[in-house]
Design a protein around this ligand. Structure first.
Ligand code: ATP
Ligand code: MG
Length: 408
């Protein structure tokens, strides 16, 4: 049996990037031999094992053939006769289809190193088209390596486009898609993920609500970049620059979906886009079975981001309603994430990236003021049930009035 490092570990070592997880391929072995050596079998789909000590993944060399629609429609063949080259050809990109033995001798039949040097994301073979997930993977790698100058090879982009228009993307499960989307959003240039999906017509299929924002104008006074799609990409980019968590990045991507619904006669105004967008945000959330915290924040940011921007002009009663909607008393972190998303929205505008956002501290101060209302004295005064709730609200309103007065 011969064992090789494959995929990301080889690619990232050649790029001089830190290698986090190592995938191995085993040639010339049977499942029985692996089990006899103490490897633990994992995964119902493929002959993959975990190393008894390191826990790293070891896969038997295999070939794959498409036998139907979607990911389930794959048959694979693993046997000691499958060669390293045969295993590598089923992989997505040439830069992911290199292997290395324990002496760091490279096996690179599909010229991954040449494409690394040329900064190209290129598919290995026409079999690329057999798994539509690869469209998302390539877009994700484009986001990850954009800073190094990588782009998608034109012939690969064309193949991705064919996959997108063929309807194959619709066969992806929400779980597989979300895994790629969420990882891509956490890259340093998540906006490139969206750009690449758009360039190959996959965005129309996966998130038509986001695709619809391109070509929709906004008023130049607040949005020098004009285009709503361009704005959305900049907001996402700001979120990455400011190292925001996934919840905030997801909310940034979806915050303006309502603008895609504005009738053209109303352009560049977008009256009530916050509210109109909610059903679209909900649809995208559900399509990918997005985790609850991401879903929730996206909906709240969609509904209230303009409140955030107008924070300093809000009446104390409106400010209170905002804080109540966020339940800042029990969910302080979520309100912080809302503030962050608003700030990214404000910075994701052409030429305004460095502009200060005093609304952030103002909102934090308001939350602190409302939270400082103590319940105990009201209980001592004998308030109970709904009356207690009303009394707390009155006190919070008072606190917010005092907060606003002290600052003006
Ligand atoms: P990362 O740094 O994100 O882990 P990676 O290249 O190691 O990058 P993995 O998802 O860990 O990505 O997969 C390991 C290898 O398996 C890839 O480099 C690629 O060769 C192959 N691979 C994974 N998923 C697919 C797929 N859907 N289609 C083709 N090849 C794939
Ligand atoms: Mg990996």
């Amino acid at each position: 049996m011969r064992i090789y490092k494959v995929g990301g570990a080889v690619r990232d070592r050649l790029l001089g990037k830190p290698v986090t997880d190592i995938d191995w391929v085993v040639v010339g072995a049977t499942t029985e031999e692996m089990l006899a050596k103490g490897f633990r079998p994992v995964g119902a789909d493929f002959p993959v094992f975990l190393h008894p000590k390191s826990g790293e993944e070891y896969a038997l060399a295999r070939t794959e053939r498409k036998s139907g629609r979607g990911y389930g429609g794959f048959t694979f063949h693993a046997s000691p006769e499958v060669t390293l080259e045969e295993d590598l050809i089923r992989r997505d990109l040439t830069i992911n289809a290199m292997a290395e033995d324990d002496q760091q001798n490279l096996t690179d039949p599909y010229h991954g190193q040449r494409d690394l040097d040329a900064r190209l994301l290129r598919h290995v073979s026409p079999a690329f088209a057999e798994d539509p997930l690869r469209v998302l993977r390539v877009a994700r790698f484009a986001a990850r390596y954009a800073a190094l100058g990588f782009t998608v090879a034109p012939e690969t982009l064309e193949l991705m486009r064919q996959l997108s228009v063929s309807g194959e993307l619709e066969a992806l499960t929400p779980e597989r898609s979300w895994k790629e989307i969420s990882r891509a959003l956490m890259e340093d240039q998540p906006q490139v993920f969206v750009e690449v999906l758009r360039a190959c017509d996959a965005l129309k299929v996966l998130m038509p609500e986001v695709d619809a924002l391109f070509g929709v104008p906004q008023p130049a006074t607040h949005h020098p970049e004009i285009d709503t799609g361009a704005h959305t990409l900049s907001v996402l980019q700001q979120a990455a620059i400011h190292k925001q968590p996934l919840t905030v990045r997801w909310a940034c991507l979806l915050h303006d979906l309502g603008k895609g619904l504005t009738p053209e006669e109303q352009w560049p105004q977008h009256i009530a886009h916050e509210f109109k967008g909610l059903k679209l945000i909900k649809a995208v959330n559900e399509r990918f079975k997005v985790p609850r915290d991401c879903q929730e924040l996206a909906l709240l940011v969609g509904e209230y981001h303009t409140h955030g921007h107008r924070a300093l002009e809000l009446k104390p009663s409106t400010l209170l309603e905002l804080l109540q909607s966020f339940d800042v008393y029990r969910r302080p972190q979520r309100f912080e994430e809302f503030i962050a998303a608003c700030e990214m929205d404000a910075r994701g505008r052409k030429g305004l990236e460095e502009k200060s956002y005093p609304q952030a501290d103002y909102l934090r101060g308001a939350a602190t003021a409302a939270r400082s209302v103590a319940v105990q004295p009201l209980l001592e005064k004998g308030f109970k049930g709904p009356e207690l709730g009303e009394a707390i609200k009155r006190e919070r309103l008072k606190a917010l009035k005092a907060y606003k007065a002290a600052l003006s």
